[in-house]
Structure formats: C-alpha cells, structure tokens
Design a protein around this ligand. Structure first.
Ligand code: G3P
Ligand code: MG
Length: 247
C-alpha cells in the first residue's frame, strides 16, 4: 500500500515540535507548534535505563537539560527531575522531559498528528523500536490519524515492523544511497525522509516514481521549501513551520 492509502500527512511538519520557538521535544514545543497552525509534528524518542519511552534527541543530557551523562544510563525518575527548558530560554524554566505517554495526551488535546522518530541509544536499537511501538500500539489516541514512525536505524525500524506492522514507516537517510529501494522494501516502508541539502530533482523523481512518499528535513527557508515542493516532495520538516505555512 502507498502512504496516501493509509494516512494523509500535511506538507509542513513541525521539527521536534517547533524547535525554533521552544525547547525541542517538550510539551511546550508541541503546544507552540499547534499555536503556529501546524497539524503534524515530528519528535524524537528513546528509552531510559529502566525502559521508559521519552522524548529526547541526543544520547547525552548536557545540551538540552541541566543533567549530565547518558539518557540510557538515567532512570525515568531521575530524568523527570531535570530542567529541559532553561537551556533554550529562561521563560521555559521548569519544562520537563516528557514521556511518550505525556506527549500523546498533549497531541490528543491539541489535535496534532505525529511523525514519531526512533532515536535508539547505541546497543538498544531493537529494544527501543519494540518499546516505542508497544506504547504507541497500546495508547495511541483514537481521535488522531495513525502515527508515521521513522528512524535512521534499520534494526529499530525492523522491530517496529514486527511489533506494530499496522503503523506506516519511513526510513530516514541523510544522503540517498544508490540502492535506496532495497531497505525501503525490506522494512515495508511507505516513505523516505532525507536531508534537504542532499536531494536533487532527479533523485526526488526516482523515489516518487517508485511510489514512495518523500519528505525532507530540516527546511527553515520558504524558497527552499518551494523548490522541493516543485520537485514533487510531499512534505518538509521545519523548526519554523510558520515560514512555510505562509504559502
Ligand atoms: O525526522 C527528521 C529529523 O528530525 C531527523 O534528524 O537529528 O533532527 O532527529 P534529527
Ligand atoms: Mg528527529
């Protein structure tokens, strides 16, 4: 099945919520995206030492919290104590690292669809895919369209396919590999998400001709987005989605 037979994803997706305006991967960032008029957001997920699925990008805590060390070595209870907002701006002081369950409740309240990226810590690829897929399967809000699950990590995506085959999947790549079709087919993906700077009209055309949905990240410039849309790219993932929504 093609992606459009399963879900309808809008052309503009907020990156890590709306990472240009609020601390990435927090509930404040999801709220900001909704406020900007975005209908879908992308966010990153990984698991804590004790196996809880949370919204987090880096393997380590330093850049986006006041903690130290690795997410994979931190319990959920300890992670919950950290400030995930002040690094971005003092006005976000006290913002916490949300669990995936917290985020889903917020998405339901805000009416936001989601591209859930799986960002496994090294050595926990399949486990992260299994855990995130399990949480989504058990508790995804019935009022929302099914989530689109993506990852750079093929092992994690394979685990998602096995645990929750009903959710559509996208493979993330920076540069389009020469044999891009094989991993998409092997993992049963409906979409390819690639870095905008490595895309060309010819590459986009080839992926689209294969019947796959195609999106680009991270696109913060309206002219760039228009060029990509002109090549047939279905969507862009942006820190400043309002710049591109104003089409
Ligand atoms: O899902 C698109 C994009 O978020 C992938 O890169 O590092 O921002 O998670 P990154
Ligand atoms: Mg991401």
């Amino acid at each position: 099945m093609t992606e459009s037979e399963i879900i309808s994803v809008p052309a503009v997706i907020g990156h890590r919520g709306a990472a240009g305006h609020a601390p990435e991967n927090t509930l404040a960032s999801l709220r900001k995206a909704a406020e900007l008029g975005v209908r879908w957001v992308e966010f990153d997920t990984k698991i804590t030492r004790d196996g809880a699925a949370v919204l987090f990008h880096d393997h380590t805590l330093e850049r986006t919290t006041d903690g130290r060390g690795e997410v994979a070595e931190t319990t959920l209870a300890d992670l919950r104590e950290l400030d995930a907002g002040t690094w971005f701006d003092d006005t976000f002081a006290g913002e916490r690292v949300p669990t995936l369950l917290d985020a889903m409740a917020a998405l339901a309240r805000l009416g936001l669809g989601a591209n859930v990226e799986i960002k496994p810590s090294p050595g926990r690829e399949a486990e992260t895919g299994r855990v995130v897929a399990g949480v989504l399967k058990a508790s995804w809000p019935a009022t929302l369209p099914p989530p689109l699950i993506s990852s750079f990590d093929k092992e994690a995506l394979g685990a998602v396919r096995d645990a929750a085959p009903e959710f559509p999947r996208a493979l993330l790549v920076f540069r389009l590999p020469s044999d891009w079709r094989s991993p998409l087919e092997a993992l049963g993906c409906v979409a390819l998400h690639c870095q905008a700077k490595h895309l060309s009209a010819a590459k986009a055309g080839a992926v689209l001709a294969g019947g796959f949905a195609l999106r680009s990240f991270t696109v913060n410039d309206k002219a760039r987005a228009e060029k990509l849309f002109g090549w047939g790219v279905h969507g862009v993932i942006s820190d400043y989605p309002e710049r591109i929504l104003a089409r």
